[in-house]
Design a protein around this ligand. Structure first.
Ligand code: SF4
Length: 392
């Protein structure tokens, strides 16, 4: 089994803590984890980023606790912090509100709870008792509440249990799902060109391989140029071929049409997001006209190389399909524009560095704005006329 610290953050359950500046969020996290984590400093000009702490929460497994900035900070710096906190709202699998038990005004907390309710994210309210002050009445209907004393540790076990109970429904779907089963031979075609990071495989390739091995599949990994010789070596054709979207066309041309074919991006789209919505979004490419605005969103920042998929290849292919110049806007990192009205289409990366909740929040946001959303792999499958060829 891999070491705990090696579990990527994207695969951990995200448990986020919200509350006012002095409600005791950090002390509550410290009491739960039994460790002192770095706190967000209150000194103006310091980081506005939420603090992430990865740990093992038994019996749940790998989780990440997120300590957010105070909901009541109204300074200019506070506004920047609140923006960061809002990003956490989109990725939290469970939201824990820490409220001073004597606090009378809980309007800011209620506002946030409303947002979680709309997302069907479980909400837990922890009333923190300072120096023997009496606890307030119970939390609003529908929320679970518990009285704690973050300093003495009283009620912390009950809070932990409440978190664990909220997790019971939480289960990530298998990446490969029913496309392959125990004993199946699955071939992975992975180009190792200039785009491939030196000395390692990219996360979707690693995750798909692990999922297949866990299922008991027989996994064969080859570079693009080795696919045909390997197929000739095999006694029987593979049950499934999974390839990088960028060499989809080549692989499809050199593969018997009876062998199911899919891409890492299609699988990650299914695993991370809503594949039906992405397929619908990809079909909207057919309606693009020159001058239309397209948002290309990536969930992490990386140095763009020549031939970068988000900045060169995809825009070129889309321009060609639309028969003229489209207007492209790129975002990279955890942010996503609030106002999507101006876009005719959103094309998102595979999102390997973010959790499922985060991707589903973006899809929901796009759906609410009435803007079709797809991802790189699904868009490329459409552009190559392969959407009917791929398995998902
Ligand atoms: S841009 Fe998206 S798919 Fe690519 S590595 Fe970053 S999160 Fe993963």
């Amino acid at each position: 089994m891999s070491g705990l610290d090696e579990t990527p953050r994207a695969n951990r359950l995200h448990i986020a803590f919200f509350g006012k500046t002095n409600a005791g969020k950090s002390s509550t996290i410290n009491a739960i984890t039994g460790q002192k984590i770095a706190l967000v400093s209150d000194v103006a000009g310091t980081t506005t980023d939420p603090v992430y702490k990865s740990m093992e929460l038994l019996p749940v497994g790998p989780v990440v606790f997120i300590d957010t900035a105070g909901l009541d900070d109204r300074t200019a710096l506070g506004r920047a912090r609140i923006e960061k906190t809002d990003e956490v709202v989109d990725k939290a699998d469970i939201a824990v509100f820490v409220i001073d038990s004597t606090e009378q005004n809980t309007a800011p907390e209620q506002e946030y709870m409303k947002r979680f309710r709309a997302k069907k994210t479980p909400v837990i309210v922890a009333y923190n008792v300072f120096d023997g002050n009496e606890a307030r009445a119970a939390a609003p209907a529908g929320e679970h509440s518990v009285v704690i004393n973050a300093k003495t540790g009283q009620g912390i076990d009950a809070l932990k249990e409440m978190i664990v109970r909220s997790v019971t429904d939480y289960e990530l779907p298998s990446i490969v799902g029913d496309l392959a089963k125990e004993g199946d031979v699955v071939m992975l075609v992975m180009p190792q060109d200039i785009q491939a990071p030196k000395g390692r495989l990219i996360l979707p390739q690693v995750q798909v391989t692990r999922d297949l091995l866990d299922k008991g599949c027989l996994v064969i990994s080859v570079k693009t140029e080795d696919m045909v010789p390997m197929l000739e070596e095999l006694k029987n054709p593979p049950r499934l071929v999974i390839t990088d979207s960028q060499v989809f066309k080549y692989v499809n041309e050199h593969l018997d049409k009876t062998i199911p074919l899919t891409s890492f991006s299609m699988l990650m789209a299914r695993y991370k997001g809503d594949i039906e919505e992405f397929v619908k979004g990809a079909r909207a490419i057919a309606d693009l006209k020159p001058g239309d605005k397209v948002l290309i969103a990536e969930s992490c920042t990386h140095h763009a190389l020549k031939g970068d998929i988000a900045r060169e290849k995809l825009p070129n292919w889309l321009n060609k399909y639309a028969g003229g110049e489209l207007v492209f806007e790129n975002t990279a990192g955890h942010g996503f524009p609030n106002d999507l009205d101006e876009y005719k289409l959103i094309v998102h990366c595979g999102g390997c560095m973010v959790n499922r909740k985060n991707m589903l929040s973006k899809i929901e946001h796009a759906k609410n704005a009435g803007v079709p959303i797809t991802n790189f792999g699904v868009a490329i499958a459409f552009l190559n006329g392969m959407l009917s060829r791929v398995s998902y």
